[in-house]
Design a protein around this ligand. Structure first.
Ligand code: NAP
Length: 371
């Protein structure tokens, strides 16, 4: 029986992965072993099976006894353990949510509804390392897979509105702490019908600028604000998050001729859904109705939202999409720049398609390949 080891199962991405695997009844047909970096001998997750106590995630002998390792533990763990395991001669499959190995030449970035052909070729040629992509990139490709697969995209500019969850669990908590501070300070004015919006605004601005305003993890107020900066500066003047848009999308697609992707990545006060405003340069003029149909048929999860206010507010917001696998695309229209310029807006749960779901699916694909 195949042996599958799980590391990082209790973190944010790992917990969503466990939830999805439980929901899909994925824990069968193999022996599952759960590892920890902090609680050896403790209890593993509830996966509906008898499982042994937690094993040491740095025990290389035990790790190398696994056919498949699935890790959501993070980049530091991958940087330390992966090379040691490979050096030891371990030939198993390494499935990882961290970015560390994404751009290695012997790894594949997985997003099977979009690049199953790349994955299948990798499996056939003996590739053993499969890594989940950047959440924003994966969500954009899920939204636009129809256009990409028809070869219609000349370039894309994506302006993002990224949720707190992409920065981590502490940042999600901090966003709500910030919101709570603002809500509490404004309460007396809100309860007074004679107070004006400008008075409330002045109070909120004062609160946001106080040194005591909670910002230990973000380093700035996000609630009632935003910041157009995610990750570190690259030589190009892009942030690393922006840089990934081009590099990762082209690697995922296995593109022979790279398709430019660029834009500004912005952190906003959403909890776990990333949104993106898209300018898509098409390489030919295609009627809007056909484009809408092509986008809608891209994969089973993408859903076109009609370009009207009611549908947009009902289906194309983080509040509507959070916790679901649906990837809505709306605001689709030709732009005034010309008939080959298409506008669109998309929104997706960055912990599901942006992180855990591609890992869940590659595990099943690898198991199927080995069976
Ligand atoms: P995380 O929540 O920080 O969890 C990572 C590990 O931290 C856990 O497996 C756990 O390891 C340990 N940990 C310590 N205190 C914990 C606590 N109170 N609750 C839960 N776990 C705790 O990391 P993550 O956000 O899931 O990210 C994992 C990897 O996925 C990273 O490489 C990240 O870059 C990547 N990724 C993240 C996202 C995202 O949106 N967050 C999206 C795509 C990819 P032990 O059980 O061994 O102690």
């Amino acid at each position: 029986m195949l042996k599958v080891g799980f590391i990082g199962w209790r973190g944010m991405v790992g917990s969503v992965l466990m939830e999805r695997m439980n929901a899909e009844k994925d824990f069968n047909g193999y022996e599952a072993l759960f590892f920890t970096t902090s609680n050896v001998g403790g209890r593993g997750p509830d996966v509906g099976l008898e499982i042994p106590p937690l094993k040491d995630a740095h025990d290389l002998s035990l790790l190398s006894a696994m056919d498949i390792l699935v890790t959501c533990q993070g980049g530091d763990y991958t940087t330390k353990v992966y090379p040691e395991l490979r050096k030891k001669g371990w030939k198993g499959y390494w499935l990882d949510s961290a970015s560390t190995l994404r751009l290695e030449k012997d790894s594949i970035i997985v997003l099977d509804p979009v690049n199953r052909h790349v994955i299948d070729e990798g499996l056939k040629s003996g590739m053993k390392t499969y890594v989940g992509g950047n959440c924003t990139v994966s969500l954009m490709l899920m939204a636009l897979s129809g256009l990409y697969s028809r070869g219609l995209v000349e370039w894309i500019s994506s302006m993002t509105y990224q949720a707190a969850s992409g920065a981590g669990a502490n940042q999600m908590r901090e966003l709500i702490s910030q919101t709570a501070v603002l809500g509490l300070s404004a309460k007396p004015l809100l309860e007074n019908p004679a107070s004006t919006a400008l008075e409330i605004d002045a109070l909120i601005t004062r609160e946001l600028r106080k040194p005591s305003f909670p910002q230990e993890f973000f380093g700035a107020p996000l609630a009632a604000s935003l910041f157009p900066w995610i990750d570190r500066l690259m030589e190009s003047g892009q942030t690393r998050e922006e840089w990934k848009g081009h590099v990762e999308s082209n690697k995922i697609l296995g593109a022979k001729t790279p398709i430019p992707v660029d834009g500004i990545c912005v952190r906003v006060g959403a909890m776990r859904c990333h949104s993106q405003g898209l300018t898509i340069k098409l390489n030919k003029d295609v009627p809007l109705g056909d484009l809408t149909e092509i986008i809608g048929n891209g994969n089973p999860w993408v859903k076109v939202v009609p370009n009207d206010k009611e549908s947009t507010l009902k289906h194309l917001t983080p509040a509507a999409v959070s916790g679901t696998l649906t990837v809505p695309v709306g605001r689709i229209r030709k732009m005034i720049m010309g008939p080959t310029y298409l506008a669109g807006f998309t929104c997706g749960d960055q912990l599901l398609w942006g992180a855990a779901e591609p890992i869940r699916r590659i595990l099943n694909i690898v198991i199927e390949h080995l069976s």
